[in-house]
Write a protein that binds this ligand. Structure first.
Ligand code: URA
Length: 246
């Protein structure tokens, strides 16, 4: 009889195949540890982070994410971006995170390191997460695009379309309860809208089983510090719905 974790993995693989991701990952030759092994388990005594899912489901989510990551690493759908990249930037965090932060695209620091939100905007995002009494490693952090656009320009519609199967498969695998879109590109891509971020804030949306809240991008806050008050209002709304006491 099929075990629970085997069934969960099979279902995730079926949904990846439905999203157009059909190749099995090649064995890793780099010295980097396999993604499933790099995912840290989280403490059991925190209010927000862990989904409380069965260990078998967490294993299935980690396995599915490893497959998608592998696909992303060899992706050349956006030929120019693929040719210029140093690293793809997949995402980081627990495979069963309750909360995903969804940004726009890697910048220079992220392209160099392969990790999302590690530059100045990333440091501000970490402060925002910590102000919410969470830790960066408690949440999943990912972007719409997995490759850096030249000059940090906003993603083009074709690029978003090319990356959509990847970020949708990531959300499908993680199955977060909450998604926080950071800025216009992420909000518009996820919600398939052209409404500006100012009109998307302070409203709840759904994406699959996740509740979605949009706020300003940390890079915008670096240019417009007075908007930090608005982001904090958004975070209070999010934490209240998550049951996190501030
Ligand atoms: N901005 C983003 O949207 N994502 C990153 O990873 C870094 C900066």
């Amino acid at each position: 009889m099929e075990s629970r974790s085997a069934r969960a993995l099979r279902q995730r693989l079926e949904s990846l195949a439905a999203a157009g991701l059909t190749d099995l990952p090649k064995p890793r030759r780099s010295s980097r540890p396999a993604p499933a092994a790099t995912v840290q388990s989280t403490d059991a005594d925190r209010t927000a982070p862990s989904s409380g899912r069965e260990p078998s489901d967490q294993t299935a989510a980690a396995a599915a994410l490893a497959i998608i990551r592998n696909q992303v690493e060899s992706c050349t759908r956006c030929a120019d971006l693929a040719a210029a990249r140093t690293h793809t930037v997949f995402g980081v965090g627990p495979p069963d995170a309750r909360l995903c932060f969804f940004g726009e695209a890697p910048g220079a620091d992220e392209d160099a390191s392969g990790e999302p939100f590690v530059g100045r905007a990333g440091q501000l995002l970490t402060k925002i997460i910590e102000a919410c009494t969470l830790r960066r490693e408690d949440v999943y952090i990912m972007n719409v695009l997995k490759c850096r656009p030249p000059g940090n320009r906003a993603p083009l519609p074709d690029e978003v379309a090319n990356c959509r199967p990847y970020f949708e498969a990531q959300f499908e695998s993680i199955s977060p309860e909450f998604i926080c879109c950071l800025g216009t590109s992420a909000a518009q891509a996820l919600l398939r809208t052209t409404e500006p971020i100012g009109r998307l804030r302070r409203r709840w949306f759904t994406h699959g089983s996740a509740q979605v809240l949009c706020t300003y991008h940390p890079s915008y806050l670096l240019r417009n510090p007075s908007a930090k008050r608005d982001v904090w209002d958004d975070m209070k709304l999010l934490m209240e719905r998550m049951g996190v006491t501030l």
